[in-house]
Write a protein that binds this ligand. Structure first.
Ligand code: GUN
Ligand code: ZN
Length: 438
């Protein structure tokens, strides 16, 4: 081990495998008095504190004993222009898009407005322990620039893309197939791989893109196959009907995206609630992934994503958690995990605290194709680490005080946790400014 620049001490908790697929003891790293050595923004060693702290020249050590050291949370689907419309009362997806979402997105033609929303979103994500998110911008090219500029200020690994739409939205939000291709390509060249920025090709969904636009976007993605491609899929029944009427030759919703080469490794489909077994299996075969958006699905009355049934049909399909703000009601991953718990209950099943934490960390990183960079506290991973305090509030202190085993403490943390339980956030090994996360 080279000389560490910083050592974090606390209870290390991280998944190196999938707890849905293997016994927890085989996939969970849990080191009660553990330490993480960081150098050059990366984790260089993880182990028992006595081993790590004893090695090499003594580095300054941040003492978080009694707290959990975990990988930063990953939000696999969120709309940065929608921070101002959380909780907008609606009668369904189409009504919500028309009355609130599109007007809110139109305001992002003004750069100052976009910058203030980007800053707000990033600070609020970090406050809740989210260090990576897959973000939908608006149709405006500059709004994506601004989001990446603000992310770079904190050296955050953010995945973001300009939304592409050429029908069924107000004129001010429409581009064309050619413009979607050209502007997205310019953004890829400008941003993808610059610092920690990752570009995502982002057709909003099949209702707002013509076949010509989906074709242009499919061609673009084929030129940059390592990128994430993000869109929405089978969120509401009425949406499915509309898609099938717009693409009368399609056998089902997924086949619309298949036809344009938009289902493959790196494709992240938001919602994916009302899918057939065949659609789930085809997604799995092609290496696509699901962003499970529980609070949004509740708020917009979309249905409850059936995690257990999806896993039964397609055990290797990657699934992550997502806030989907502003359809979702909170940027907090704690609230999103609680939503995932409620969604499982609505389907007559349960998810364990360890499964929820996996989905919120390593599972989400895998969905975004970033499993080798983030999502784990392990050597050679970027040092995006959060410190969770199981005694942060009186309620938490009482409940975790009576919990006997680790799972009980983690369940208490998930059920009662919020930003106050995130006592520190490290991004690329640097502790995030306190003012940014309060
Ligand atoms: N489907 C198409 N666009 C959107 C959006 O912005 N939010 C949600 N929840 N669903 C969508
Ligand atoms: Zn969405």
């Amino acid at each position: 081990m080279t000389a560490a620049q910083r050592i974090l001490r606390g209870h290390v908790l991280s998944f190196h495998g999938d707890p849905f697929a293997a016994p927890v003891e085989e996939v969970l790293t849990s080191i009660e008095d553990g330490a993480i050595a960081i150098e050059g923004g990366q984790i260089i060693a993880v182990g028992e504190a006595c081993d790590i702290i004893g090695q090499g020249a003594a580095a300054p050590s941040d003492d978080h004993r009694g707290k959990f050291l975990m990988p930063g949370f990953v939000d696999t689907h969120v709309h940065y222009p929608q921070v101002d419309i959380i909780g907008a009362v609606n009668t369904g997806l189409a009504d919500w898009l028309e009355r609130y979402t599109f007007p809110a997105e139109m305001a992002f033609s003004v750069e100052d407005h976009a910058r203030s929303a980007a800053r707000f979103m990033l600070d609020r994500l970090m406050a809740g322990g989210v260090t990576t998110a897959a973000v939908y911008s608006t149709v405006h090219e500059r709004a994506a620039d601004i989001f990446f500029e603000e992310s770079a200020k904190d050296d955050l690994l953010m995945v973001c893309g300009k939304v592409c739409m050429d029908r069924n939205a107000p004129d001010a939000l429409l581009d064309t197939p050619q413009h979607a291709y050209d502007a997205s390509k310019a953004l890829i060249e400008r941003w993808h791989g610059s610092g920690r920025a990752h570009y995502a090709v982002t057709p909003r969904f099949a209702i707002t893109s013509t076949a010509e636009q989906l074709e242009a976007i499919g061609a673009l993605w084929a030129e940059y196959p390592d990128l994430v491609m993000q869109t929405h899929l089978s969120e509401q029944r009425a949406e499915i009907e509309t898609v099938l009427s717009l693409f009368p030759d399609a056998q089902d919703y997924l086949s619309v995206y298949e036809r344009f080469g938009l289902v493959g490794p790196g494709a992240v489909f938001g919602h994916a609630i009302h899918l057939s077994q065949s659609e789930r299996q085809r997604m799995q075969e092609r290496g696509a992934a699901v962003a499970h958006c529980p609070t949004s699905n509740e708020f917009l009355s979309s249905g409850a994503f059936n995690l257990a049934a999806t896993r039964a049909d397609a055990p290797d399909l990657s699934i992550g958690l997502a806030s989907d703000v502003g359809g979702g009601t909170s940027l907090s991953m704690f609230e999103t995990m609680r939503g995932a718990y409620r969604a499982a209950l609505r389907n007559g099943t349960q998810v364990t605290p360890l499964e929820m934490l996996y989905l919120a960390t390593a599972g989400g990183a895998k969905v975004l194709g970033l499993g080798k960079k983030i999502g784990q506290v392990a050597p050679h991973r970027d040092a995006d680490i959060i410190v969770l305090d199981p005694k942060a509030t009186p309620d938490l202190a009482r409940l975790t005080g009576v919990a006997e085993a680790l799972e009980g403490i983690l369940m208490a943390l998930i059920m009662l946790g919020d930003d106050r339980a995130v006592s520190a956030v490290y991004v690329s090994g640097e502790r995030v400014r306190a003012e940014a996360v309060q």
